[in-house]
Structures are given as C-alpha cells and as structure tokens.
Design a binder for this molecule. Structure first.
Ligand code: XMP
Length: 508
C-alpha cells in the first residue's frame, strides 16, 4: 500500500484516485500520524500531498521526519516538496511571482519519476513558495520558466519531489509520473474490487464473529452494497431494516424487496411506516420542520425495529471514503468545505452499538464496482442520489397522500423518458417537483384549473455545485406532453433552469 499524507490540498483525494486507478491500494492520513503508526501500516511508499500553508508559517502542518528514514520511496508534491526540502536542510522561499495554472515542464533528466517523459510537457502549477537551495544529495530533474527546481530527486535515498501537481488531468503525463513512482516503490498492482470483496468478507467475519448486525437500508447504492457485502460474510446474522416512510417513488419499496429477497436472498425487515410519517407531517409546510419531523421519526421507527431483534452488537453503515477524509482535515480542525448534504436519515451516534463501516475506504465508483461484483442489478448500482426526506421535500407545501401519488406518477414518466433517452447515468439527478400553485388551462373544450409540476435535471460532480442540464427540446416536449396527457390533475409543466449556487438542487 501507499500512504498519502494529507497536508490539506484540495487535490488530495485525486492523488488517491490516481493511485487506485493504477491498481495499488492507498490510504490518506493526517500529518499528525506518528512514526510508529506509519511503520505499522507498512507502506511501500509515501506521498506527501500539497497544501495551502507556507512552510515558514507558524502552525503549518508538520510530519515526523522519521518518514524519510523508513527505507521506502517518498514523493513530495507542492507543499509536500517544500516540507521535504525544509526537513532535509534545503531552503524554501516565497517566490517573486506566484505561479498558477499551466506551465511547460522542461525535462532535463528523464529518469526516476520522470522516466519516459518528453523534453517538454504541460504541467499544472499552483504555488507561492519555491525551492531556493536543494538539500545535500539532491539533483534537479526538470524546471519551468519560473521555477528552476520543478522536479528534484535524491535517487540513492528514494526521495522525489515535484513542484507541480501530477494528480490533476491538466498534467497529461501526471499519471505516468505516479506510475513511475509506484514502480520505484515496487508495488504489486493487485488492487481490484474482487480482492476487496474477498479481503473485507474475511475482516467482517473476524470483527463480527457470531454476533448480530443491524443496518438501515435506504435503497441507495451505499447501504445496498454494504448490506450485500456483510450478508456474504455473515449470512442471516445481518438484519437489514428498511423503513418505508411512504415518501418513496413509484414501485421503489417493492423493487427493493424483490431484489433483496428474491434475487440476492438477503432477508430484509420491511417496516411499513407510511401512515405514521403522513400523520406526523399533517399540516406542516415548512421545509426545515418537515426534515426534522422525518429525521426524528425515522430514528424512532428504526430503534423500535432494532429492539425487536434483540441482542444486537453491531450497527453497519455505508459510509464512504470522501466522508472519512473530509472529517480529518490537515489542520486538525473542521474541514474547510461546508457540506450542503443534510444527513436526515442518519442515525444518532449514541446508539449503543459498535460500528462497522466496510466501505469506508472506497470511493463511489469503487462502491459501484463492488455492487456489480456482488450481483446487485444495474438500476440499483447506478441509482441517482435521492434525499433522505424523499418526496416530502418535492411536494412543496403540505404533504398529503394524494399529492404524493400525483408526484409519483409525474416522476415515473420523467424518469422513464430520461432512461429511454440514455441520459439517466449522465445526469447527477433528474426528478419532478409538485408546485403549490394551480393554473388555468384548456383540455378539449373544458377550462381546467390544476397543478403545475416542475422538472429538475442537473449535472454535477459532487452536489456542491450543479448546473441545469441542457436537455434536448424534443425530449422536454415529450415529457411535458406525456405528463399533461397521462396524469390527471396536472395541466402545466415547467423546466427549472437554475444552477447551484445560487439555487440548490432540491426545491426545499
Ligand atoms: P441541495 O438541495 O442542498 O442538495 O443542493 C444537495 C444534494 O443532497 C441531497 N439532499 C439530501 N440528501 N438528506 C439526504 O440524504 C437530505 O435531507 C437531503 N437534502 C438534499 C440532494 O438530493 C442533492 O443530491
């Protein structure tokens, strides 16, 4: 494995992505990790990430310099380079000119991490500080116009450092550079999802033994994959609980039941709590209040069901790696990113169970591959995100059974057409919203005064920002025609052309 030390760069997850794409397992740890903990991980190489700090700033993140004495190759990137140079007796200084963006990397010695690179290749720079004097034993491999030491090395000690970012796609030879480094580390390229499944089944068995595990199944990718994986390890000692809150899309609960029970032979405890949720939401139209009511009731229902099982030691969750990484920032404090995901449907930390999180070192696309490996059907593995409070935050205003049913029909037509157009996987989310307005229309010779529905389709990488999707007009026309013709009670369809920010993806 490769150990990545996170000095706080916005790109640190990309480093991990690239290393894993090259089929080598890697793990990200904060600079506060001790030398003993590093040794215990037995890394075959260490990558020091970039970061926003300046090495001479007080409080800038430091790592135990024992890392240079482990006898394994170390690659410093940007701040990681400056930290390496500083720790080994070289000199770093504020550059006269900040360098940001593309630069030409002029390769003087195409060897070590730069083996196989052409004389000139683009690289992505983002730094204020630069290397002034190299530590003893180091030599320069490449420069740019503004940066005399853009790539340096001390091959006898296996130390390499880059001022630019090989992990971003703007550095086209970046992946080759990282691959060269993995070669210098003599890493075996054996990280794939099949070996992940095999290893984690063993780990889960060792951790859980003969105890019982409960898991809140939402129908989303993460909890579904976690459930199947854990079931593979411990069989019916896993008790997945699915709370049907009555706020799901058309056929969703039935489909989940069918896939888990019949296809995968994983027995799921289905709790039909729709009536309870509707009662609790009666007369409520404020979005935040809806979320609070739903979140609280979900926990109550889940805990009551768990209590029926009895003697449960473990609670399983489908936590993913990005959530774990974001919670350990390089500065030891909260991460700079303000999360817009509202964790309704999450469980309280004080549930008296030990946690198991078998996906906590995986990225989303890796989880999808595990799902495929475990035989989950494509529509579940590639499901678009769906909010915990479900359709309650898409029926604007008061939530009633009638309005939920109306929205389900509208949404089913929309999703059907999006799938038929081959766009489902390309969109981050596509859904319908039932608006709290009625408008006048004409059908046949009759005046109508009915509901308006909005269609929302967005592209996004991580839901932090999103753009409205430029759906083809013909597709929008078909969606609108079908909804108005087939759903009694809707006589107008509008398309939402707002981006996030300043709008959000959901309307409530
Ligand atoms: P917004 O509307 O804030 O949504 O742009 C960002 C992403 O989060 C999803 N979302 C939620 N997910 N519980 C969830 O599990 C929630 O309460 C919730 N609210 C929004 C939303 O669908 C989008 O993907």
């Amino acid at each position: 494995m490769i150990l990545i030390i996170d000095f706080g760069s916005q790109y640190n997850q990309l480093i991990a992505r690239r290393v894993r794409e090259l089929k080598v397992y890697c793990q990200i740890e904060p600079p506060a990790i001790t030398a003993e903990a590093i040794r215990a991980l037995r890394p075959e190489g260490v990558i020091l990430s970039g970061g926003p700090a300046s090495i001479y700033e007080t409080g800038s993140p430091r790592l135990d310099p024992a890392v240079f004495g482990l006898g394994v190759p170390v690659l410093g990137i940007c701040y990681g380079m400056q930290y390496m140079v500083h720790a080994l007796g070289g000199v770093v200084e504020a550059a006269s000119k900040r360098e940001y963006g593309l630069a030409d990397l002029l390769v003087e010695r195409p060897e070590g991490v730069l083996a196989g690179l052409p004389e000139k290749t683009p690289c992505w720079m983002s730094h204020g500080d630069s290397i002034k004097n190299l530590p003893a034993g180091f030599e320069t491999l490449a420069r740019t116009e503004n940066t005399p030491h853009a790539a340096i090395a001390c091959p006898s000690r296996g130390l390499y450092a880059l001022q630019f970012h090989p992990e971003v796609t703007h550095t086209p030879k970046g992946k080759l550079i990282l691959d060269n480094f993995l070669g210098l580390c003599r890493c075996k390229k054996n990280w794939n999802m099949r070996s992940f499944v095999k290893d984690s089944v063993k780990t889960i068995q060792e951790t859980v033994g003969n105890e019982k595990v409960i898991l809140g199944l939402s129908g989303g990718v993460d909890s579904s994959v976690a459930a199947v994986l854990i079931h593979k390890a411990i069989g019916d000692n896993l008790h997945p609980i699915f709370v049907d809150n009555g706020l799901l899309r058309k056929n969703e609960a039935a489909r989940l039941d069918q896939v888990f029970r019949q296809n995968l032979r994983v027995p799921v405890r289905m709790v039909d709590a729709g009536g309870q949720f509707l009662d609790a939401l009666s007369g409520v139209s404020d979005p935040e209040q809806k979320r609070k009511i739903i979140g609280k009731l979900f926990i109550e229902v889940f805990e009551a069901e768990a209590a029926k099982i009895g003697g449960v030691e473990f609670l399983a969750q489908g936590t993913l790696y990005p959530d774990v990484i974001e919670s350990v920032s390089a500065w030891g404090g909260p991460s700079v990113v303000i999360k817009s995901h509202h964790n309704v449907g999450g469980l309280p930390e004080n549930m008296r169970h030990k946690l198991i999180e078998p996906l906590k070192y995986l990225f989303k696309d890796e989880v999808r591959k595990v799902g495929e490996e475990l035989g989950l059907p494509e529509d579940m593995v590639w499901r678009q995100p769906f909010p915990g409070p479900g359709l309650a935050i898409r029926v604007l205003g008061e939530v009633t059974r009638e309005r939920l049913d109306l929205l389900r029909e509208v949404d089913a037509i929309l999703i059907g057409e999006i799938r038929a157009a081959g766009l489902y996987k390309k969109l981050w989310q596509s859904f319908a919203v039932l608006l709290p307005v009625r408008s006048v229309g004409i059908m046949g010779d009759q005046r109508t005064y009915e509901n308006a529905a909005a269609i929302r389709a967005v592209t996004s990488k991580d839901a932090m920002t999103a753009d409205w999707a430029r759906l083809p007009h013909e597709l929008l026309a078909r969606i609108s025609n079908r909804i108005i013709n087939e759903v009694r009670g809707v006589n107008r369809v509008v398309y939402d052309i707002s981006s996030k920010p300043p709008s959000t993806i959901e309307w409530e």
